[in-house]
Design a protein around this ligand. Structure first.
Ligand code: GDP
Length: 348
């Protein structure tokens, strides 16, 4: 992985050197122009720039985002989550093809905080969504890798802007739901869809706290091949559970439906719900209000992450932190006093 502290060394990694040189030579305004006309190569290059941790690329990435911003925002952003094996990629492929058949342009991004460890094995597998990846009106990008969920999330949020500027009107953000990734995806989408499977009456068990509250709809997948009845039972169990929650600020009542991503049934129903939601919340003003809130959230989030990064990358903090941690562990100094003195070190 590239790192801003890693010197570029031709003899060690010529491929990286070549790629990095190419990024350095990029003319940002030209790239933006190509991207805005819908050029997919330009879009990919732009996202690569966003994902690079090289300082110079970061500067260019921010310039590119500024140029793209006036062309962004005109899309539906849809978050999709569910455990591995529930059928996310099959569902997205089916939904994506359905939407492109309706003349839409669909971009699929992923937030997988494990991607730097597993090299994308959970969500970034190249064989996933093969058919959709061949569709000229679809764009699929595996999860950015990063040291932290915050890093992956920022890159994804910026990638959304580029995809919108390139003319994609439907942005699907997929997450596998590791750690806080669902909350993070929820904070960057208009509509949040939870994919579930029917079980043996234990549908509500093992569900992460908070996930039901976040869902704008629950879709029970694999309602096929004799599993239809179990899926219907799961649907009523979830519908009952949803009734127990207070109304959402959107005033939208989340629905539960069944589908078979494999047989493409229930896909149009799922999309109808997204469209209904958008119409409902656009009319009430909630749609725009939520996006404004999300922008504020991301401003504060970026400040927080930047401050943290600057602090932990400070060379004095880096060199003294391990020793201070030990002292705190041994009870020789209070955590509060140690924190104050470390912060003072970073400020000086
Ligand atoms: P993901 O890990 O959530 O992305 O799940 P996949 O889309 O890769 O699907 C996992 C497995 O479930 C694959 O073998 C799919 O063919 C299968 N699958 C996905 N959707 C359906 C469905 O609607 N019905 C049935 N019977 N199998 C499905």
């Amino acid at each position: 992985m590239s790192d801003k502290n890693t010197p570029i060394n031709k003899s060690i990694n010529p491929a990286f050197y070549k790629k990095s040189k190419k990024q350095d030579a990029i003319d940002v305004s030209q790239l933006a122009q190509r991207l805005i006309t819908g050029n997919i190569t330009a879009l990919s290059q732009g996202i690569t720039l966003i994902e690079s941790s090289v300082q110079e690329h970061q500067v260019k990435a921010q310039q590119l985002i500024e140029l793209c911003l006036p062309h962004a925002n005109k899309s539906v952003r849809l978050g999709i989550t569910g455990v591995p094996g529930v059928g996310k990629s099959t569902f997205i492929e089916s939904l994506g093809n359905y939407l492109t058949d309706q003349g839409k342009k669909v971009a699929v991004l992923a937030v997988d905080p494990t991607s730097s460890v597993s090299h994308g094995s959970i969500l970034g597998d190249k064989t996933r969504m093969y058919e959709l990846s061949q569709n000229p009106n679809a764009f699929i990008r595996p999860s950015a890798s990063g040291d932290s969920l915050g890093g992956v999330a920022r890159k994804t949020r910026e990638a959304i802007i580029l995809c919108e500027a390139a003319g994609f009107d439907t942005i699907i953000i997929e997450t596998v739901g590791v750690g806080q990734s669902e909350t993070v995806v929820h904070s960057m989408v208009d509509f949040f869809l939870l994919l579930k499977l029917a079980g043996a009456g234990d549908e509500l068990q093992g569900i992460k706290r908070g996930i039901i509250e976040m869902a704008d709809t629950i879709v029970i997948n694999k309602a096929d091949g004799g599993n239809e009845k179990a899926a219907r039972l799961a649907r009523s169990a979830f519908a009952k559970a949803l009734h127990l929650f207070p109304p959402k600020p959107s005033n939208w009542s989340p629905m539960v439906i069944t589908c078979s991503a494999l047989e493409h049934s229930g896909i149009s129903d799922s999309w109808d719900l997204v469209s209904d939601y958008c119409n409902h919340t656009k009319a009430s003003g909630y749609f725009a209000k939520k996006r404004a809130e999300q922008n504020k959230f991301w401003l504060l989030q970026t400040i927080e992450n930047t401050l943290k990064d600057t602090f932990y990358n400070n060379k004095d903090v880096k060199s003294t932190l391990p020793e201070i941690l030990e002292k705190v562990a041994r009870g020789e100094v209070s955590p509060f006093k140690a924190a104050k003195s470390l912060i003072a070190t970073a400020d000086s």
